[in-house]
Each structure stands twice: as structure tokens, then as C-alpha cells.
Design a protein around this ligand. Structure first.
Ligand SMILES: [Zn+2]
Length: 571
């Protein structure tokens, strides 16, 4: 048994996420966590909302709400959706928690003590009417390149030219529309990442088996151009962790907060502390996951994220932890994902294109989405969601292969022997062959899970279901029964044991169906199989079960056609 710490990248608080976000971190991390628990490991699985920064402030302002209230409401919305997808976090925290505030201030203080924080004077646009500094993207004006009147201070969306706020003609505040803007000098703290370049480079080189996607992105940021750059860790905002040193004033930094990129990853630790608090445990309970001097030296730490988050997790967050010169647990394996596209294009929130997590749950059971997304996860390249592919995955894999097997076996047994595992006959060569075949497939499934190659593991699981179907088709108990009821009884007994096994092996991917299978089989033993022969003899003659209701309803063609139109978006 090992101890495994698993974190999913934190969803930003502002708005409901689409399916691409789900498959990029939360969903694969959940399958991995469920698998690790099933194998008997001690797991700590953490996620949280990332709540600070300007987008949250502005979204709250749009609905005339206090930003703290807005975040509390949106946290609940995201928590309910996560529950709907059966994401089995040990704790779903909030980066605005007191725990994260204290930890963020602590890390900043340590980094400053160790000479890794520098004060830099910057020029920034201040809006007199709004009474605040404006980040680049909240300044709008006319593009000097194409004349579009709604160019942003960071980029013109019309001609895609990268801009500085000072490039804009007739700049105005995106919040109030005011043109009463001025440039002011303001002081900020920078994390001297550049001075940690060699240490980070050495650390990354010492990691074994990281996905190429992860290391190639990290190396690019380390070495391209001038190499890893120092990065501002503070902002002139109200909403965030106040810039203080262990709770005491930080001279010259009054009224400023830490930049959201700095405090968000620290919330992995913060949320684990929140978990301890929520369970009435003391600090040692979370520290044994995070402090190598307090038990975390035997923890394996695995992170999940979309590829856009890789630089923060391979460089900035490790720089924070290493730079503290305290014994914090560093990540052991970073799993990063490519993009999920929607019908050949991008998901678009503004154009209503693609499927959002709440809409998905209103349409179909979470298992349908989990199965399609995981068996098509964008692991080695981008993946494209199409309704046709989704319909095919649900109808063929879930309904025709797994669902049909469960239905045929249990209904045939009921009609000939009753809802009870039949006695008579004995397993023979056919059963031995499929036992060996499934044993081989299970080894591949486990190896792919250990390597966090979930798409391949899904294919192995599907092959395990297929092996049972092929066995049943060849053994044909409905024909055998006429001449040899005892031989038919042995086939059915074996097939009922396969169903129980499928319940166990399928639960990490499709937890609701897996649990329903185990419940209707009245399976008390749901432990992961280590001996395949023993696993397929668990349900013995006389064991009572129930025939389950339809496990997976097929998606009809006209439903698919209607959904294709509904989610095509306005663009
Ligand atoms: Zn332009």
C-alpha cells in the first residue's frame, strides 16, 4: 500500500466550465483516484475553486453583487456539478480560504527572507472614475492597426495584433467607459524565478517518465529566448490575499494583493488543511501529505492539468516551494492534457458553442459523459467531440457490449433457473481460455493506469467486456440448455461472475453503473481481483441476485440530430 496525493487543476470561479475543462483535469484525476483507492492505496484527492483576480471582481459587479458573496454562490454551483459527475474529491476547497491566505503570506515571507523577492516600480493605467488601476485587458480603445473600436489593451481581437494599452487611440475603461485615465507609478513584488533556473532545470531532469508534453513545455519556458523570466506576484486590486508578511504589514505594499497565479497553486496545500479542519483533525493530518519532515517523504504526488497550466506547475509553483527552503513535498508526476475541440472547432462561451457541464448533466447520466470523454481523452493529441462519436461510444460500448451482456445473462438465468446462481456442471476449457484472456487484459489495464494512460486503460476495459460477450456468444447457454441443463448452468454461473467482476473493474470509469451492477448482484465482495480464477468463482451456487433495469438507454438518431443543432452556437 502506498500513499498517493492527487490534485486537479483548480477551475476558475467565474462561470460554469465546458466539457473540455472537465476532461483536462478533474475527470481524469477522479478516475485515477478511484483506481488507486480500489487498489488499496491511501489517497488524498484535492481540488478547489480558484477565486481571486479581476475576472471574479467584474463578474460580481455585473450582477451587482459583493465579490465574496458571488464566489460563495459560484463555489456551490461548481460543487454541485462536481458531485453530479461523481468527482470524488476528499475536499473541494476555496482559494479564498483563511488557510490559503496564511500559507500564501507565509511563502511570500520566506521567499523574501531568502532574497528571491524584488521590488519593481511599474507604470500602470489608473482610472479616476473607477478609483482603481486597470489591468491591460480592461482598457479598450481604437486599434492603431485596423481601426476596430473595441480593441483591448492586450490585443485586438479583430486583427489579432498584440497591443500595449498605450498603443490604443482614445483609450477608455472597460468597466465604466470613462476616458479619465492616467498613468501612475506603482510598486510591485517580483519572484526572481530567473535565479532559480538551474535548480529547476536540474530538478526536471531528475524526474523519470514524465509525459513529453509536460517536459517539452517546461523546457521551452526555461530556455527559449532569454530563458525563465521573473514574474510579478502582486496586483493593485481589492479582491485577493493581502500582501502581508505572516500577517504583519509589508512596507510599501499597503492595499495590494498577491497575484492570483501565485496564490492559486498554494491552495492545493490550503485545501488539504481545510480538509483537516473540516474533519476536526489537527495540523499533523495535512502536514503528513505535504511536509517531507512530517511524513510526506513516502507520498507519491500526481498532478493533473490542461497543457496551458504546465508552466505554472513545472516552474512557478516549484520555484515557490523550493525557494522557501522548507521541506515541502514537490510533485512526482505531472499529467497534462491537450485540447478537446467541439465538432471540429473551439468551444465558445460567448457564442454558446459546445456543451457546458451543467447542460451535459441535464441531458444524460454522468456515466455516458465520463465514458466518452475518458475513452477519447486528449492524451497524445487533441480530441474532437462530435455527437456522432458520442452516440457511438454510448450505444456500442456501454449499451451493446456491457449493458447487453448483463441483461442477457441475468434474464436468461431468471427464465431457466430463477434469480439465483445455478448449481451444476463445471467450468471447462472455454472458461479457462476467457479467464486467461481477461487476466492478460487486466494486467494491461493496470499497467496503463499506473502510467496514467487513461485512454488506453479505457480500451483495455472495453476489451474485457468484449471478451465476455464473445465467450457468451460462443458458449450459447440458450442452445446448450435444451440438451444439457447442467452445462448451461455452469456457463451462466461463470457469466454471472463475470458481471460481478465487471462491476468492480468498471467503477473507476463509470461509478454509477459499476455500483448498480454490484448492488443488483448483491456482491458483498467488491475488492480488486488479484487472482482471476478466484475472482470468477466468487458468486457460488445459491447466491441470490436481481435482474437490473436497463443499464444504458441508447441514444436515438433523431435525438442526436436535434442536439447537434441545439449546441451549434450562434457563430
Ligand atoms: Zn486591430
Amino acid at each position: 500500500m502506498s500513499r498517493i496525493l492527487i490534485t486537479s487543476a483548480l477551475p476558475y470561479i467565474n462561470g460554469i466550465k465546458h466539457l473540455g475543462n472537465l476532461v483536462g483535469s478533474q475527470l481524469p484525476s477522479d478516475v485515477y483516484a478511484r483506481y488507486c483507492r480500489a487498489r488499496g492505496h491511501e489517497v488524498m484527492f484535492i481540488c478547489a475553486t480558484d477565486e481571486h483576480g479581476t475576472p471574479a471582481e467584474l463578474a460580481a459587479a455585473k450582477t451587482n453583487r459583493d465579490v465574496a458573496e458571488f464566489c460563495a454562490d459560484m463555489w456551490q454551483v461548481q460543487k454541485d456539478i462536481a458531485d453530479g459527475f461523481r468527482l470524488s474529491f476528499d475536499h473541494f476547497g476555496r482559494s479564498s480560504s483563511a488557510r490559503n491566505r496564511d500559507l500564501t503570506q507565509h511563502f511570500a515571507g520566506k521567499l523574501a527572507e531568502n532574497g528571491l523577492v524584488e521590488e519593481v516600480v511599474e507604470k500602470q493605467v489608473y482610472s479616476n472614475v473607477d478609483g482603481r488601476y486597470l489591468p491591460d485587458r480592461y482598457i479598450e480603445g481604437t486599434c492603431p492597426n485596423c481601426g476596430d473600436e473595441n480593441a483591448r489593451g492586450d490585443q485586438c481581437e479583430n486583427c489579432t495584433k498584440q497591443l500595449n494599452p498605450t498603443d490604443l487611440i482614445n483609450p477608455r475603461s472597460a468597466i465604466s467607459g470613462s476616458t479619465d485615465l492616467e498613468t501612475r507609478e506603482t510598486k510591485h513584488l517580483y519572484l526572481k524565478q530567473s535565479s532559480m533556473r538551474d535548480a529547476l532545470d536540474t530538478w526536471i531532469d531528475s524526474q523519470k517518465g514524465w509525459p513529453i508534453l509536460t517536459t517539452s513545455i517546461a523546457k521551452k519556458w526555461l530556455h527559449d529566448g532569454d530563458g525563465l523570466r521573473d514574474r510579478g506576484i502582486t496586483r493593485d486590486l481589492d479582491w485577493g490575499v493581502p500582501v502581508q508578511f505572516d500577517g504583519a504589514p509589508w512596507s510599501g505594499m499597503e492595499g495590494k494583493v498577491f497575484y492570483v497565479w501565485f496564490d492559486a497553486p498554494i491552495e492545493y496545500i490550503g485545501a488539504t488543511a481545510e480538509w483537516a479542519d473540516a474533519n476536526g483533525l489537527d495540523d499533523s493530518a495535512w502536514q503528513r501529505w505535504w511536509r517531507t519532515d512530517k511524513g510526506a517523504d513516502d507520498v507519491r504526488y500526481v498532478q493533473f492539468m490542461g497543457k496551458d497550466n504546465v508552466p505554472f506547475h513545472t516552474l512557478s509553483f516549484p520555484a515557490t516551494l523550493m525557494g522557501s527552503e522548507e521541506p515541502w513535498k514537490l510533485v512526482d508526476f505531472i499529467k497534462s492534457y491537450n485540447w478537446l475541440t467541439y465538432e471540429g472547432g473551439k468551444f465558445s462561451t460567448s457564442q454558446g458553442r459546445g456543451i457546458f457541464m451543467n447542460q451535459a448533466l441535464d441531458l444524460f447520466p454522468s456515466d455516458y459523459w465520463r465514458w466518452w470523454l475518458l475513452s477519447n481523452a486528449p492524451e497524445s493529441s487533441d480530441s474532437d467531440f462530435t455527437w456522432e462519436s458520442f452516440q457511438g461510444g454510448v450505444n456500442k460500448d456501454l449499451a451493446d457490449v456491457l449493458g447487453n451482456f448483463v441483461s442477457r445473462v441475468t434474464k436468461f438465468c431468471r427464465s431457466k433457473f430463477g434469480e439465483v446462481v445455478p448449481a451444476g456442471g463445471a467450468y471447462g476449457a472455454a472458461e479457462a481460455a476467457v479467464t486467461a484472456e481477461i487476466g492478460k487484459r487486466l494486467t494491461a489495464y493496470q499497467d496503463h493506469m499506473e502510467a496514467v494512460q487513461l485512454r488506453k486503460a479505457a480500451a483495455d476495459l472495453r476489451a474485457i467486456w468484449v471478451a465476455g460477450n464473445e465467450y457468451l456468444q460462443a458458449a450459447a447457454p440458450w442452445s446448450v440448455y435444451k440438451s444439457d441443463p447442467d452445462a448451461a448452468a455452469a456457463i451462466v454461473r461463470f457469466a454471472l461472475n463475470l458481471i460481478r467482476l465487471y462491476g468492480v473493474l468498471s467503477t473507476p470509469f463509470i461509478p454509477d453503473a459499476g455500483q448498480r451492477i454490484l448492488a443488483t448482484m448483491h456482491a458483498e465482495d467488491a475488492t480488486w481481483p488479484t487472482d482471476m480464477q478466484g475472482a470468477l468463482a466468487t458468486l457460488t451456487p445459491g447466491h441470490v441476485f436481481e435482474v437490473p433495469e436497463v443499464l444504458f438507454a441508447k441514444i436515438e438518431d433523431d435525438t442526436r440530430a436535434a442536439l447537434t443543432i441545439k449546441f451549434a452556437g450562434a457563430g
